[in-house]
Design a protein around this ligand. Structure first.
Ligand SMILES: Nc1ncnc2c1ncn2[C@@H]1O[C@H](COP(=O)(O)OP(=O)(O)O)[C@@H](O)[C@H]1O
Ligand SMILES: [Mg+2]
Length: 257
């Protein structure tokens, strides 16, 4: 299963992507987490020490790999098939929780149909990743809607759109929803994160009903998560205690079905 996690900046994409990867790995899935945010920080959430995280070479900066995999000798034309397994084996870092992490890096040219080699490679990689029944691929997307224009997340089974209780976050969620549906993604869900009470819950609930966006559920605001972040620790260390992580685990179970 390929799951992309998207939404406005700061809504909790990285937390949710990281926690989903954790629960899939715990359930026995071979799990690959892809950091597709141009300012990558999924490594920390997955418990990879800072010094090690800093040494990871993003795919987009691996000129040799890009050339090898995409060049056809004709400008603007890229080879679209290659063995993803090689890439996973060669370029992943294994987190202490048993999750393989792949970092995509920055894609500098933006816009619809962008054909820069790095983007073509990333898109192709996601598209041609053959995911077996016992495998899970979780993508932590770039904030906002740009990645939809680039088609990076077009070939996923599930688009999970995260929103916190704010109109701005919900409007971005709606845009991503509409573009995802347009792109033909079959399962598009909204997740309400950082919920502190009934009013916030209702705001998201009403928005989803009004705009016909299927709601997967809610994640409560959780001081444990905030504190882990302040200390530069992985929130996954508190998987047993955190009510936010317990809620995300339930999403994992739903999606696994
Ligand atoms: N349920 C939650 N409860 C408390 N803090 C949260 C929760 N979800 C996310 N956060 C905090 O919000 C901030 C943004 O989360 P992050 O996952 O980095 O968002 P994004 O990847 O969407 O930018 C972080 O400081 C994170 O610890
Ligand atoms: Mg993030």
């Amino acid at each position: 299963m390929k799951i992309a996690v998207s939404g406005k900046g700061g809504v909790g994409k990285t937390l949710i992507a990281g926690a989903l990867a954790y629960f899939f790995a715990e359930k026995g899935f071979k799990t690959l987490a892809i950091d597709a945010d141009p300012s990558p920080n999924l490594a920390i959430t997955l418990g990879i020490p800072k010094e090690e995280a800093e040494k990871i070479t993003p795919i987009s900066e691996n000129k040799r790999l890009i050339e090898e995999k995409t060049s056809t000798g004709m400008p603007g034309v890229y080879k679209l098939s290659f063995r993803v397994d090689d890439i996973v084996e060669k370029y992943c870092v294994l987190s202490p929780f048993g999750i393989n992490l792949l970092v995509m890096g920055t894609i500098r040219s933006v816009g619809a149909g962008c054909t820069c080699p790095a983007n073509a490679l990333i898109r192709t990689l996601i598209r041609h990743l053959i995911v077996e029944r016992d495998e899970a691929v979780i993508l932590d997307m770039e904030a906002g809607i740009e990645h939809m224009g680039r088609g990076t997340a077009k070939h996923v089974d599930v688009m999970l759109i995260v929103a916190e209780p704010s109109m701005k976050a919900l409007e971005v969620a709606k845009k991503i929803h509409d573009l995802s549906v347009e792109a033909g993604i079959k399962n598009v869900f909204l997740v309400g994160n950082k919920i502190r009470g009934k009013t916030e819950l209702e705001l998201i609930d009403n928005f989803s009903m009004k705009n016909k966006i299927e709601l997967l559920g809610f994640v409560p605001f959780d001081d444990i998560i905030l504190k882990a972040d302040m200390n530069g620790e992985s929130p996954l260390l508190f998987a047993e205690k955190s009510k936010a992580l317990a809620a995300i685990k339930k999403f994992g179970e739903k999606l696994a079905h």
